[in-house]
Design a protein around this ligand. Structure first.
Ligand code: TYD
Length: 220
């Protein structure tokens, strides 16, 4: 899929993957690495990144809300996205910054399209609407042994099941992982699969190698 692009604009990078694969840690490390190389960096996560988006995030992750309809869930994720695009991401790209975003449209496709079985066509359409046709330059899909990812989610939550999204069942998780695989296969130029097994430092090195390549081919 071709997104908006303008060579004077910043670079839009996203990290994706199942819960517990280490995206947030790696996004922080990548942002610091880019800053050290002299780039202006905006680090953001989805859903959230704005006042409104953080409120929507609270609604979405609330485990007591076990009656949320899949379509309502999809539209809430997209509403948070529309806000962070217009308030935070587009302005940063216009300033020439590198945006490092923890989850984006591919999460919606994998979780709501495949996981909740709303279908890829509907989710592609709502994604397009919410992001205004602005897709990442490069997406790093962190791939980790599912049992290791599961253990991490259980370890970091108080009751061993995680938030509303993390506590969806095994069949849901299998579908969303298959969704990510399909996304990577469909757009191999944009979506690069990164082996997320090993130490934090090892995974960080793999990510830096990938992004150094991208920067080298672009402006350095
Ligand atoms: P978060 O705590 O950000 O997840 P993690 O730290 O594991 O990356 O919680 C976001 C949850 O919302 C996560 O389970 C993935 C899910 N999600 C969707 O289902 N659809 C989406 O469009 C996005 C952005 C996230």
């Amino acid at each position: 899929m071709d997104g908006k692009s303008d060579s004077n604009e910043g670079l839009f990078l996203t990290l994706e993957g199942d819960d517990g694969v280490g995206k947030s840690t790696q996004a922080d490390l990548l942002a610091a690495w880019l800053e050290k190389r002299g780039h202006g960096v905006l680090r953001v996560h989805e859903p959230g990144g704005t006042r409104l988006g953080e409120k929507i995030r609270t609604l979405l992750l609330d485990k007591d809300d076990d009656a949320m309809a899949p379509l309502a869930e999809l539209l809430l994720f997209e509403a948070a996205r529309a806000q962070v695009m217009s308030e935070v991401i587009e302005p940063a790209l216009a300033r020439g910054e590198v945006v490092v975003c923890d989850r984006f449209t591919d999460s919606t496709l994998a979780y709501q399209g495949y996981g909740r079985e709303l279908g890829a066509e509907l989710v592609r359409a709502t994604n397009d609407l919410a992001c205004g046709g602005r897709y990442p330059t490069r997406t790093l899909l962190l791939a980790l042994d599912p049992s290791v990812a599961r253990e991490r989610v259980e370890d970091r939550s108080t009751d061993g099941t995680g938030d509303r999204m993390e506590s969806a069942g095994d069949a849901f998780r299998a579908r969303l992982r298959a969704g990510f695989d399909e996304i990577a296969a469909a757009e191999p130029q944009r979506v690069h699969v990164i082996d997320a097994n090993g130490s934090v430092a090892q995974v960080h090195e793999r990510i830096c190698a990938d992004i150094a390549d991208l920067l080298g081919g672009r402006d350095e």
